[in-house]
Design a protein around this ligand. Sequence first.
Ligand code: PXL
Length: 267
Amino acid sequence: MTIYKATTIAGSDTSGGAGMEADIKTFQELGVYGTTALTCIVAQNPNDNWAHEIYPIETGVIEKQLATILQGIGCDAIKTGMLGSRDLVELVAETIDKYKLRNVVIDPVMVCKGIDTIMVPEAAAAIKELLVKRALVMTPNLLEATYLADMDGIKTIDDMKQAASVIHDKGCRYVIVKAGDRFPGEEALEIVFDGQKFVEKRHPKITDAYNHGAGCTFSAAITACLAKGMEVTDALETAENFIGPALYRSFRLNQWSGALRHCAWRE
Ligand code: PXL
C-alpha cells in the first residue's frame, strides 16, 4: 500500500484550531501521512483576552526540520502557513528549488482574525517576491489578495478576478481568492483562476460558525489531495466538501474562540 505524505511549514496554534494542528488533523482525516516543520509557537493569553503571543523558532532549527523531512523522508506535497520573517521565506524558496518541489501550496498567512493589517510587512513582501512564483496553488483571503496584487482594496467580484489575474501573472499557477463571509449576501464566494478562465465558486454562508483555522484547514485539504495525486480542480472540490461539514459542526472552546470539527465529514 502506498502511503502518501504531506508536509506543512507552519506555526503551532496551541489552542489546536489553526496552524500546524489544523494541518495535520486535516492530513490525517484525508488519509495522508503528515510531517511538520514548525516555524513558531502561538500561545493565547487567557489573562489578556486571548491575545495571540508569537514565539518564533530560529531559522536554523527550521532548516534542520526541513532536512529531516525532505532529505530524510520525502513528501508528495507541501504547504506553508505562518512564516514570520524574510529569512524564513528565503529558506522556504531555497528549499522548494533545492528539492524541486512541485506540489506547493502557499497559504499566504499575513493577517489573523480580527487584525486587519499585515502582521510582518517584511515577510509579506518576501512572500510576494519569492513564493508567488513558486506556488502551484495560492489561497489568499481578500486582504492578502489585495496586498499580493498591489491593489487598494477588493470590494466586488470583478476586483477579486483582477486580483487573481495579477497574482497569476506573478507566476502562481492556480489562484483561489477567498471572500469567505466578507461580502454581503447569502453566499460565501471564491474565485479560482488558472490563467485561462475564472470559476466562481459559491457556497451557502454558514452563519454562526466558529471559523478559526478555516483557512489553514482548507489549504491543508488541498495539499493532502495533491499528495494523493489528484489534479488541482479535483483537490479543490474535495477541500470544499471537507471544510463545509467542519464549519457546520464547529464548536465553542471558550468565550473567545471556537474550532472547526475536522472529523465532521465522516460523521
Ligand atoms: O489562521 C491563521 C493562523 C495560522 N497559523 C497559526 C495561527 C493562526 C491564527 O491564530 O495561530 C499558528
